[in-house]
Design a protein around this ligand. Sequence first.
Ligand code: GTP
Ligand code: MG
Length: 450
Amino acid sequence: MSARLSRTERHRARRRTTADLIDIERPLERAILVGAPVADEPEALVDEHLEELERLADTAGAEVAGRLVQRLDAPHPALYIGRGKAEQLRLLADRSEANLVIFDEDLSPAQGSALEKALDRRVMDRTELILDIFALRARTAEARMQVELAQLQYMRPRLKRMWNHLSRIQGGIGMRGPGETQLETDRRLMDRRITRLRQELEHIARSRDTRRRRRENEFRAALVGYTNAGKSSVLRALSGADLFVEDRLFATLDSATRAVELDAGYRALVTDTVGFIRKLPHHLVASFRATLEEARQADLLIHVVDASAPGWDHQVEAVQEVLLDLEIPDSDTLMVFNKVDQLTHPEEEALRGRVSVEWPCNVFTSVTEPGGLEPLRNELLSRLRELRPTVKLEIAVTDGRTLAEAYRAGEILEREDRDMNVVLVARLPVATLGRWRSKRTVRVTRLDPA
Ligand SMILES: Nc1nc2c(ncn2[C@@H]2O[C@H](COP(=O)(O)OP(=O)(O)OP(=O)(O)O)[C@@H](O)[C@H]2O)c(=O)[nH]1
Ligand SMILES: [Mg+2]
């Protein structure tokens, strides 16, 4: 079967641009946020999580009308929260004229339906909210397909409830995005669409693979981190490229690679990636796997942390969890503590002391202060020098294979042809140089300081 989109699908993809989605007239939604943490969750964390849920709701376009928390030893099978608490929630929603209830926890399809009945209004969980934001923010065809795939997988077991929503309101939160049209069809068509999307995404991933192979000679770094940490800002400042930056969650969904010119003619290719968040929906992680391939293949992972966020250490853990889920090794990671301009001097000093123990490989940066990114530039340069040293190579003219490999794997800066050998000044990966150590036909002399 062809992995291409059918004509109708192409037409639909063209019609439903992100701009259309944003422009959809929708009623203002008023939401009650519900947190149901485990009984021994520290108070500060409970607040922090609801704070974040509020930012998510705001990004999706809802106004927060109230909050409710119930600590639980274990979720109740029927309504997730207790019956009494559900009744209290209904009264609160009535009183504050909220038409939407958003749970910070993941609800099973049955719990979602039962809650909607008990509360007599729309209920959504954290996953649905995040999916909605992704649908709103997806710009490229690939990102739109990745989000649609994740949305379809989420909706599939919840089709009936989604149908109810559609009949009640038009174009509300969770109802946007390319996946929406699929609700008009049935599960069988949904499955067909899922297969098609998977094929199409594989096709895109394969062509990206080819492009990546062409860049294998270059030093590649990937920025990862919690959403809103400043990844795009850092890359924009380093490269001068015009990247989208915004003080909202999930500003970036697509990987973008830019060249960063460092001193002494060195350059690095740096990739900006989608931000992570606590409890990132599993289907989304799976969908974005291919986009994050850049991070897996990178010579260096740059983990950007918002040092001014009160719960930055929990954000670091959440990022590490997603990396683990994606099987992206993070052993060789440079930690970048960004937004230090937001800290007082004593705060910065305390932070330096604390992180130097846990992450000795760290730099402190600020995008807004002049020279605030120099520590990162210097670190990149020294990594580059380490991994791709500048060397003088004397290769015997008889050894054409090694000469060809030098051209393939390295960057040739100078060449002089002598009678018996070819003399090159080149930058080469240490791994290649290591392999040549025992060769008699090659002499390697390091030129830059180790
Ligand atoms: N004060 C200060 N603000 C910063 C700094 N770096 C980034 N910001 C702000 O932080 C917000 C988020 O920045 P982005 O670069 O969009 O963050 P991101 O990590 O790419 O976020 P996502 O794409 O959503 O994952 C923006 O409002 C930036 O202006 C910094 O060093 N200092
Ligand atoms: Mg970004």
